[in-house]
Design a protein around this ligand. Structure first.
Ligand code: PEP
Ligand code: CO
Length: 454
């Protein structure tokens, strides 16, 4: 028998509308937006509340040092890239990185894709101006992600269109469908670790991966010969996540769990609140306080310990383990100075959090007109994150990265030594630069060293 929704909860789920909602796109037609919201309300949930609960428990284990979180995917997914090849390559890279970490550090890895819903971006500038040949300087709304407008630079493409929220839902549904098929249908089986590397064996990171894959093969054959049932190695859990930015999307996809009467945002298993929308008094925090999903909050260098405690007061007053992941993104040059006081203050408070490191967003630079990052800065921020947590006796619980399974050239360095001129070769991202397949693997090997050092 299902439980009737509590009217008080339903009221609380709409209270955000009375607060300032930061970083929403300038939708031109409120009635159209309302009609789309109504339509989204009738569509099936994308994830099940029980799955979000399972992830919360795994994140709690990571917070306690019994697992390690690997969260990764595009800065912004695009509808055009929601193809089987693209999705498979991204899943392959996440699985390969997870295998390196699991095997190298003897640690279960909690795998979360920035996938199946990462279609909206907060923009620091509302508009973008470009020089055109025929009309001189033209100013149009910024690109807010495929869920809002198109990146093409003309007035029609850049006008926010609520129909795109529905397109986003459908792209998320088909991406998630493929994720579920790949992770349970045999493709992700640990008995096939070699195949995820096929076509990639020429360079050093791939050769290293092959060695690990061979060892895993041998270990599995040994277990099977001993009579251990290795069938459970045929499936993996890969959870979905995105930045919880557009409340006009998240609210209609929030459902009351028939088992418990509690609210879950069924657009993804894990939602995170971005650096720009984490005001403890703002609409985003108010809204996500009402849903039961495990939540992330991005914390940049300007955050204070008191800010973090106010966020816990709002989002996890009772200190439930696994509920909150603080994703710090301080920058390589800042992490060793900015992180200790924050971690100390939160630790002294006593309510548990899971700490993960986003070594991407504090390290963005512009080179030759390209938004990029140095691979060495990415590695250095992760190293600083581990140093700080080791120094304080707290747990470095995971990694949050922007990556793609393809061989793009968006991040400088790595063993392929992509340089400033090399960026132009294959720079495809619509927003932030991503680690390519090889840089992702290299990073996983580096993190193994850091995990083992303890
Ligand atoms: C992001 O994760 O793409 C992002 C915008 O990050 P942040 O909120 O940390 O700036
Ligand atoms: Co980004």
């Amino acid at each position: 028998m299902s439980i009737e929704p509590d009217p008080e909860l339903l009221g609380a789920l709409d209270a955000w509308q009375h607060r300032a909602v930061a970083h929403q796109p300038p939708w031109p037609d409120a009635a159209h937006l309302a009609a789309v919201r109504d339509r989204l309300t009738t569509l099936p949930p994308l994830v099940f509340a029980g799955e979000a609960d399972a992830l919360r428990a795994e994140l709690a284990a990571a917070g306690a040092g019994e697992a390690f979180v690997l969260q990764g995917g595009d800065c912004a997914e695009s509808f055009a890239d929601a193809t089987a090849d693209n999705i498979r390559n991204k899943i392959k890279l996440l699985l390969q990185m997870a295998v390196v970490l699991t095997y190298g550090a003897s640690m279960p890895v909690v795998k979360i894709g920035r996938m199946a819903g990462q279609y909206a971006k907060p923009r620091s500038a509302q508009t973008e101006t470009r020089q055109t040949e025929d009309r001189g300087a033209v100013t149009l709304p910024s690109f807010y992600g495929d869920c809002v407008n198109s990146h093409l630079f003309d007035a029609r493409s850049r006008t926010p269109d609520p129909e795109r929220l529905l397109d986003g839902y459908h792209a998320a549904a088909s991406t998630l469908n493929l994720i579920r098929a790949f992770t349970t249908g045999g493709f992700a089986s640990l008995l096939r670790v070699h195949e995820w590397n096929r076509g990639f064996t020429r360079n050093p990171a791939y050769a290293r991966y092959e060695e690990i894959a061979a060892e895993i093969d041998r270990a599995i054959r040994f277990m099977a010969a001993c009579g251990v049932d290795v069938e459970s190695l045929r499936t993996v859990d890969l959870f979905s996540s995105h930045e919880a930015l557009l409340l006009d999307y998240e609210r209609p996809l929030t459902r009351i769990d028939s088992r418990t009467g509690l609210a879950y945002d069924c657009s993804a298993h894990f939602l995170w609140i971005g650096e720009r929308t984490r005001d403890p008094e703002g609409a985003h925090v108010d809204y996500f306080a009402q849903v039961r999903n495990p939540l992330g909050v991005k914390l940049g260098p300007s955050v204070t310990g008191d800010d973090a405690l106010r966020l816990l007061d709002r989002l996890n007053p009772t200190g439930e383990p696994g509920r909150i992941t603080f994703i710090t993104r301080m920058g390589a040059g800042t992490v060793r100075d900015a992180l200790p006081a924050l971690v100390e203050k939160v630790t002294a408070d006593g309510r548990p959090v899971t700490w993960t490191c986003d070594p991407m967003h504090g390290n963005t630079i512009t080179v030759n007109g390209y938004k990029t990052r140095r691979f060495s800065d990415v590695v250095d921020e992760v190293a600083g994150f581990f140093e700080v947590h080791r120094g304080l006796g707290t747990v470095p619980g995971g990694l949050h990265v922007e990556l793609t399974g393809d061989d793009v050239t968006e991040v400088l360095g790595g063993s392929e030594q992509i340089d400033a001129d090399g960026l132009a070769r294959r720079y495809e991202t619509l927003v932030d630069p991503r680690l390519n397949h090889q840089q992702g693997l290299e990073l996983a090997f580096q993190v193994v060293e850091l995990l083992r050092a303890h």
